[in-house]
Design a protein around this ligand. Structure first.
Ligand code: BYC
Length: 329
């Protein structure tokens, strides 16, 4: 498999091409050892982790926006409290992930600058709007469902701080997925209008959720190297397949229809055959041309600028305390 991956990308070093330090590092990975911040690592490993963890952190933060949109309009006090808690959890996930990335020698400010300059990505899914309350159900059920599918696997990633951050994130994401499904159950068993909203939300979020796993394996640029370094432990297509297999029965239970005429159970492979998302749409969204890209980035930049006085205050306070401590010593 390793040799095949080398062949498929042509960019990875073969064992013979690695120097002694790189070979010893690969051996540690192959033995399933965790890599810790103070350990030696190839520059490519460090950069790949910063890219992936940074994007993941940005996704958590930008992901607050479509859901935050509904906090003031949640239908009951209970639903509002649950949604508030969920959106706050996402901020916490962002923090754990920024901290994990910081152990690799990049600051949170630098990562934020990369996001605002359009150099770092965040998940494509958050460039779609949440138009109705049912969309909040669909986001919890499908978007958090897809996120968990990926993140459960990432608990076994080779970089210690990332893998440990994932353990806690996964616990909270399970609650998020359940709250989304609970909204969908309510809507799907409600009035004909509520049912229609639930189906419409599934129709609009199905393919964007499939895109969350990234391009198909044959087009994925980073998968081969990331798999060899065990930064990724499953490929994009493997996770997408698992997600479909898990989610279709859940849609059936709700009495909703997955918007895919080609969806059929394949006895031989023990999973569903399904239609690929529109990859042109995916790349358009990545290029900044999705329905909400401009709004999302504008909201993040404004939040950053509006928070400058608070960050300055924190730094001034920390400097003052440090000066007091030094004077007392
Ligand atoms: N959106 O070679 P590939 C969440 C980019 S949920 C945007 O396969 P890789 C949350 C990719 O970065 C989501 N960009 O890349 C849920 C690369 O571009 P660059 C967060 C995407 O890295 C609910 C290019 O396409 N989860 O947090 O091996 C509420 C080629 O792709 C996407 C994670 O981030 C996409 N969907 O695999 C709140 C999980 N897909 O970097 C929050 C961690 C691909 O060369 N990340 N690209 O410019 C991963 O597991 C991997 O980075 C991916 C992509 C599977 C996403």
């Amino acid at each position: 498999m390793y040799a095949q991956m080398v062949k498929s990308t042509g960019t990875m070093k073969t064992r013979e091409e690695m120097d002694e330090q790189e070979r010893a590092f690969q051996d540690r990975i192959d033995r399933g050892e965790k890599i810790e911040p103070q350990d030696w690592m190839p520059e490519g490993y460090r950069k790949t982790l910063i890219r992936q963890i940074g994007q993941h952190a940005h996704s958590e933060i930008v992901g607050q926006l479509p859901e935050g949109n509904w906090i003031t309009r949640a239908p009951t006090l209970e639903r509002k409290a649950i949604l508030l808690a969920k959106v706050q959890d996402e901020a916490g996930h962002g923090l754990y992930l920024y901290c994990a990335a910081e152990t690799l020698g990049i600051s949170r400010d630098e990562m934020t600058e990369q996001l605002h300059a359009g150099k770092a990505k965040y998940s494509s899914i958050f460039n779609y709007p949440t138009l109705t309350w049912a969309d909040i159900g669909a986001v919890g059920w499908l978007v958090d469902g897809a996120a968990i599918m990926n993140q459960v696997a990432l608990q076994r990633t080779s970089y210690g701080p990332y893998s440990r951050a994932m353990v806690r994130i996964c616990k909270e994401e399970s609650f998020h997925q359940r709250q989304g499904y609970s909204i969908m159950m309510k809507m799907a068993s409600g009035t004909p209008e509520q049912r229609r909203m639930a189906q419409d939300a599934l129709d609009r979020f199905w393919y964007p959720s499939l895109m969350m796993f990234g391009p198909s394996d044959k087009d994925s640029v980073h998968s081969a190297q990331s798999m060899a370094w065990k930064i990724k432990v499953s490929t994009n297509d493997e996770l997408r397949q698992k997600f479909v297999d898990q989610t279709v029965p859940q849609a059936e239970y709700l009495g909703l229809t997955v918007p895919d005429e080609n969806l059929t159970w394949n006895e031989e492979k023990g999973g569903y055959d399904f239609s690929e998302p529109d990859w042109q749409e995916f790349y358009d969204v990545l290029a900044g041309n999705g329905p909400c890209n401009a709004d999302r980035m504008a909201a993040r930049r404004t939040a950053w600028e509006d928070g400058a006085w608070f960050r300055d205050g924190l730094v001034a306070h920390a400097n003052k305390r440090a000066a007091q401590r030094m004077a007392a010593e």
